[in-house]
Write a protein that binds this ligand. Structure first.
Ligand code: SF4
Ligand code: SF4
Length: 78
């Protein structure tokens, strides 16, 4: 589930893996177990588990995680 209003997606988590150092803090704090460190040592998400709650965004020391409102511009995330 992702943040929704009237079943419309209103926000989504984007990950800028170039900025991620693979510390795992976000993985530890995500209440939905939606994040993992991939084979390249970067944070990656299970899209179907992320609710765009912003917890990981608050804890990432490298600003690699950003929850953006649908339609908003974002810096090179994926
Ligand atoms: S907290 Fe930030 S730097 Fe650390 S693994 Fe997660 S995204 Fe990467
Ligand atoms: S936004 Fe919330 S649910 Fe999604 S990955 Fe980050 S901490 Fe987990």
């Amino acid at each position: 589930m992702i943040r929704t209003v009237n079943d419309e997606i209103t926000a989504v988590l984007t990950i800028n893996q170039e900025w991620c150092k693979g510390c795992g803090i976000c993985v530890a704090f995500c209440p939905r177990e939606a994040l993992f460190i991939n084979d390249a040592g970067k944070a990656e998400k299970h899209s179907d588990q992320c609710t765009a709650c912003t917890v990981c965004e608050l804890f990432c020391p490298d600003f690699a995680l950003v929850v953006v409102k649908k339609g908003a511009a974002v810096h090179g995330g994926n």
